[in-house]
Each structure stands twice: as C-alpha cells, then as structure tokens.
Design a protein around this ligand. Structure first.
Ligand SMILES: [Zn+2]
Length: 466
C-alpha cells in the first residue's frame, strides 16, 4: 500500500512500525458551532483511509479528539476563545454549547457511515495529561513563562517548519501580521501551552488549577497529550485538513518531539479543501451547509460520501447542488445493481477468459485503492466491471467488497431504490422542462407516478422519491 506523506512530500510505501497494528490519530472538531460539509470531507477521507487499511489486513487503533477548550479564533494564539464566543452568541453556558455541538458532530458522522474511533476523547477530560506534558517540556528547558502564558520556545526546536516546508523566517513574517500578541512573547511563532486566567482571560469560564495558577490549555497541546497517551510516543499516521499543516500540526510535532526526542509521526495524511460554488464556505455568504440541510432537501446523506469519493482527497472539491444530484443518482444506480445481483448464487465453472477478467477487475480496483487512495479510479473500474460480461455472482462479490471499503451502504436494502429506468424518464423530463416543453414534461411526470415515484424539482435538477 502506498500513501502520500506530507512530511516528505512523496508517495511512499506504507510500512507501519508494528504490523499488523496501525496507530492512527486524527484531529477532531472544535465543538463551538455546527459541523459542516467542509469538515465532513476531511472526516470521510480519514474514514476511507481507515477502511482501506483494514481492507489491506491491518488492525487499526484510531483515536480522535474533541476540542472543547482552548481553541482561539486565531490558530496562533490571537483572538478570543471560540467556545466562549459560541456560548455568548447562543446565550448559553459554554458547557451546554460543548455538549450540544458534540452531539451534532456525532450524529453527522453517523449519518455518513463513518466508523467511530476506538477512542473519542475530550480535551477537558485530559487536563492532567496536558499539565504533565507541559511540565516535562519545562524540565527539558524548551518553554518560558510570561505574565500571560507558558510558551513553547520554537528557537529550541531545530526541526520547526519541516512539515510545512517553510523556513522559520517566512513563518515569523506571517505570524507578525497577527493583531494580538503578548508583548513578552519572544518570537512570533512561539505558541501557548497554557494560558493564565489573567489579563485578557481574566473572566475565562473554563479554568483549572495548575502549577502556574488558574488557567486553561492552549489548543495544540491536547493532540500531543492524547496521541501519546493512547498510542505511544511515535505513531504511524496522523490525519487532518491541510489548513492544520502550517500551525497546528507543526506545533504538535514541536511539543511531542521536544518532550520525547523521538519522531512523533511516521506518515502525515492531509485532505484538501472543500469549496461551495467555488467560494470558501461562510455563514455570511449563506453557503454554510450541514448534513441536515442536505437531508432536508431530500438527499440521502450517503450521497455526500459518494460525492467525496469521486474526487481524490488531495484535490480541492467544489460542492454544487448539481454535483450532489449527480452523486445521488450514481448512488441509486449502484444500489440498483446491488438489488439485481443479490440473488445470483449459481457459480458455474468459468471459462479461463472470464475468470481472468474477473480477477483482473478485482485487482484493478484494489490496486487503485491501495495506491494513495485513488477511489475515483476504483469507482470507474467498478462501473466497467458491472457492465462487463462476467457472471453476476462475481459482480456481486466485487460490488460487496467495494461496498465494505467505501462505506456506501449498497447492501442497505431498506433504502428506497430508484430504478434506472425511472431516473432516465426523470432526466428526459428535466430536459423537456429546460427547453420549455411543459406538455412533454407533464406527460413524463405522469409516467413516473404510474411507476410509483414522485419527482420533485430543485434548483440543481430533480429528486426522485417513492
Ligand atoms: Zn490536532
């Protein structure tokens, strides 16, 4: 199996430290607002990687954190506490906000058929672990204290900047642009391990006793503390969105390696961005979507998983309703195939030619998946295989294999299956509407309803329902 490693900028053979075991950490959500489809792209890509590792025979130990404290609006210690800001906005306590959005996150990943991590751990349950790690760093002489915080001294860590392939001077220039900075911070790229509840954080609600007085942890320290606690000093894979590379993950490496003097992570796995109609998602632009928004418009949440699967995880993905409609139709087609193949059980002796073909399809699909998660390519071969002349029973086996690794719930026969023939009529009707031929469109609508389905027009096309 091959994986692209952000650290080396190369696609490498994947060789875990202690096979068949694979230690896997992924950065979780900051639970101050709704989990949206941009976050979900990263979580689905991580899930596809995890399923791929298991498909390859590895035994994956997956840990994910829930950030419920300490994440400021600027990843580099600038701004205000996101969680307290969220609480103020909703006029609720910060603890209520954390609980509400944690539940919304868990519900969202469930809807997308994401396999839950073995450990889903909250930062606030690991304050002691974080304090101990900071003390370890203090003993090693890589921290300093100001009136406001305990900082990691990046000048003491030679490899700082290796992950983002940025020179420290470039990083300093970028960091200087930030609005807020502690006047006693020695270097703009140094980062807080612990904030004291004085000055700008005097009224901070979430606070714990510590050797440095009442305070709360900086954002980055939780991932180092939890990763090392559950998975050991060095792990195989650490995953997250590409926005985490320059600050969060760079800081995680510095803290962890600064404490242990061992490599922190062997392979870094990063998912590219999701755009909506070619723009960055934001509430002010009204293009901020959650999985419930999709569901309320009549889409099966799994159609979003299908859409993600169609674009390689390292490429930016542009979300449009048209693309989601196409994904929903693609998902329906595969489910239709699953229904038509499920009862095929007679396995006859194959001619050598067909046997070779079957083996070849299977191999092409798994080769694509094992080659740095080339799911779009695997999906293309899957369709080719379904249309080929290999026996139905073999098609079924290959389809179910793909179902397992892709998490598309193709064997969920309780889902309403829209026959291909109905989709075709609906497409014809859509075209008729577009050219203004409403008589034909109405006739085709009747045809669809005679077959037991209704067609609903949406801006991006149509949705079929039983
Ligand atoms: Zn993290």
């Amino acid at each position: 199996m091959k994986l692209f490693n952000t650290l080396t900028r190369k696609t490498e053979q994947f060789l875990p430290l202690n096979p068949p075991k694979v230690t896997f950490y992924s950065c979780g959500p900051t639970v101050y607002d709704y989990t949206h489809i941009g976050h979900l792209r990263t979580f689905v890509n991580n899930d596809l990687l995890k399923r791929t590792l298991e498909y390859a025979g590895f035994d994956v130990h997956h840990v994910m954190n829930i950030t419920d404290v300490g994440h400021l609006t600027g990843d580099d210690d600038s701004g205000v506490d996101k969680l307290e800001k969220g609480a103020k906005k909703q006029n609720k306590s910060v603890w209520d906000i954390v609980q509400f959005f944690t539940e919304q996150f868990i519900q969202s990943i469930k809807r997308l058929n994401i396999v839950p991590p073995k450990e889903l751990c909250k930062a606030t349950d690991h304050i002691t672990d974080m304090i101990e790690l900071i003390q370890k760093l203090e003993k090693r002489g890589v921290t300093y204290q100001t009136d406001e915080a305990i900082y990691f001294d990046t000048s003491k860590f030679l490899n700082y900047g290796n992950l983002s392939h940025q020179k420290i001077d470039e990083k300093i220039v970028q960091a200087r642009k930030e609005v807020y900075s502690d006047p006693n911070k020695r270097n703009p790229v140094d980062f807080a391990l612990w904030f004291k509840c004085i000055g700008r954080f005097k009224k901070h609600v979430m606070r714990w006793k510590s050797p440095w007085g009442d305070g709360f942890p900086g954002w980055h320290i939780e991932c180092s503390a939890m990763s090392m606690k559950y998975l050991g000093d060095t792990i195989d894979i650490h995953a997250g969105g590409i926005d985490h590379i320059p600050i969060h993950h760079e800081n995680e490496i510095a803290q962890s390696e600064g404490a242990t003097e061992k490599p922190f992570v062997k392979y870094w796995f990063h998912s590219a961005f999701l755009l909506v109609d070619n723009e960055k998602m934001s509430k002010s632009k009204n293009n901020f979507y959650t999985i419930d928004d999709l569901k309320n418009k009549g889409y099966d949440p799994i159609s979003l998983r299908y859409l993600f699967l169609m674009t390689h995880y390292q490429k930016p993905l542009n979300f449009t309703w048209e693309a989601l409609t196409a994904a929903q139709n693609g998902l329906n087609t595969l489910r239709q195939w699953a229904i038509s193949l499920r009862d095929s059980s007679t396995r006859s002796n194959l001619y050598l030619e067909k046997l070779e073909k079957t083996v070849n399809y299977q191999k092409q699909i798994s080769d694509a998946i094992f080659d740095n998660s080339q799911f779009p390519q695997a999906l293309a071969v899957l369709y080719e295989m379904l249309k080929s002349n290999i026996p139905p029973v073999d098609k079924w086996d290959i389809l179910m294999d793909f179902n397992h690794v892709s998490g598309l719930k193709l064997d969920d026969f309780h889902k309403v299956i829209i026959p291909q023939s109905v989709t075709l009529i609906a497409e014809k009707r859509n075209q008729a509407r577009k050219r203004g031929d409403f008589d034909t469109a109405d006739k085709l609508r009747d045809e669809i309803s005679k077959l037991g389905f209704t067609v609903e027009d949406v801006t991006s096309g149509f949705i079929l329902k039983k």
